[in-house]
Write a protein that binds this ligand. Structure first.
Ligand code: ACO
Length: 388
């Protein structure tokens, strides 16, 4: 029997206590990034995100995460060259993506593509994860997604150009034309903002898999699967759906009231760690004001304002604020991406953080293997099926 939450109900199971979801548990030490939830502050390797956003390129941020310091001019040029060289996908991977139905979710295509990369006979991901593999995988993420994006429209994938940076290359491979600066610049800021975020669910997944001694593609395939969920990275397309469904400012109150009365969660609000506004939401709000149409920005602003007021009224003891996903929707749609490419674009950025975490895990590894509290019955005796 399947319950309303999708779980299988078995009548004599003991009632389980409300899960803590590991809230507040310190699962690992990391020098990569940290979310200061009370203050609404995000730090990468000692740099406040406000210090980097709009100033550092995505590649500088990736280097910072992997290497622990900002690159010199020569180091950055070297990284850009290596990323450019590593972008082309093995034909086997493109063939696997080609075989997917056009109706597949892009996150499923990405997860399949990363897994296929690990199995391809390029043999590049066979060893203990290292920086070369991290660079190669980060370089290939945009191409995997772009290949699927084009193939599902009946278009052939385009070959990447080595002189592009990551943001330019992603848009170029998606749309098959030189990206305009007004599109790749906000994309790049978005990529720098999403590159890492403490011990979130997908990062934890990657570290758990890496800790078993598995390979980088396995760890990152698992992370992509974790990011897909709407309680983690899967919310921004739902934010767009919500805003499109609301349609105009006069519908905001009625729509939100009905959703909350049904017990729905409002996508783009709330966070496990932030008990103040997510600093990325603040930066993205400013970007959305410039990048999206005045009407869409006005609708987003009104919806945010009313949602925050209603959440405060209905859940006064919870501190629910706007999270990164809310204005991601406005920024990414202004760049020309359809809703189902929002979470995959998050992954194009976060692969830098995931791979940095895998490298950090492997530099000081111990198998991650927690315990569970056993709440089931004991001492039952087997009864043969004929007597049951
Ligand atoms: N809308 C309505 N109510 C909410 C929301 C929301 N967006 N978020 C939390 N609440 C309520 C819950 O119903 C719960 O209320 P209750 O205790 O009265 O039942 C309370 O606030 C606490 O919720 P939890 O689920 O325990 O909080 P948790 O830390 O697990 O949730 C999460 C964090 C999953 C992000 C949640 O806020 C949520 O579902 N938000 C909507 C989805 C979303 O925006 N996801 C993107 C997250 S950002 C990221 O990962 C990149």
């Amino acid at each position: 029997m399947t319950g309303s939450n999708g779980s299988t109900a078995v009548s004599d199971q003991p009632a389980l206590p409300k899960p803590e979801g590991l809230e507040g548990v310190v699962a690992a030490s990391t020098a990569l990034s940290h979310v200061f939830g009370e203050e609404g502050k995000l730090v990468y390797r000692g740099f406040d995100i406000h210090e980097l956003a709009g100033k550092a390129s995505f590649e500088e941020v990736a280097y910072l995460l992997w290497m622990g310091q900002l690159p010199t001019r020569g180091e950055l040029a070297d990284l850009l060259q290596r990323l450019g060289e590593q972008r082309p996908l093995p034909t086997q991977v493109i063939d696997v993506i080609r075989d997917l139905p056009a109706t597949a979710a892009p996150m499923d295509a990405l997860r399949t593509g990363v897994s296929a990369l690990g199995a391809s006979d390029a043999g590049q991901f066979d060893d203990v994860p290292d920086l070369d593999e991290a660079i190669s995988l980060t370089a290939k993420f945009p191409g995997i997604l772009a290949a699927f994006f084009r193939l599902r429209q009946g278009l052939e994938p385009v070959s990447p150009r080595s002189e592009h940076n990551t943001a330019q290359s992603y848009l170029y491979q998606l749309f098959g034309r030189e990206p305009e600066e007004k599109h790749w610049r906000p994309s790049e800021v978005y990529l720098t903002l999403l590159a890492d975020h403490g011990m979130n669910a997908s990062t934890f997944t990657a570290r758990v898999i890496a800790s078993t001694g598995s390979d980088l593609c396995s760890a990152i395939t698992g992370a992509v699967g974790a990011l897909k969920g709407p309680l983690h990275g899967g919310a921004p397309s739902k934010v767009l759906d919500m805003l499109e469904d609301i349609g105009s400012a006069e519908n905001v109150d009625r729509w939100l009231t009905e959703a909350l009365d049904r017990g729905d969660r409002l996508m783009g609000f709330g966070h496990r760690v932030y008990k103040a506004e997510d600093p990325r939401a603040e930066i993205l709000r400013g970007m959305a004001a410039e990048a999206s149409t005045p009407d869409f920005f006005e609708l987003s602003r009104r919806t945010e304002e009313r949602a925050l007021a209603m959440l405060q009224e209905r859940k006064p003891d919870r501190r629910l604020y706007t999270n990164v996903e809310f204005y991601s929707a406005a920024v990414l749609s202004a760049v020309g991406l359809p809703g189902d490419m929002f979470t995959p674009t998050f992954a194009v950025s976060r692969v830098a953080g995931w791979t940095a975490h895998v490298l950090e895990q492997m530099s000081n590894n111990r198998l991650i293997r927690p315990q569970s509290e056993f709440v089931g019955p004991m001492d039952k005796k087997f009864v043969a099926i004929e007597q049951r």
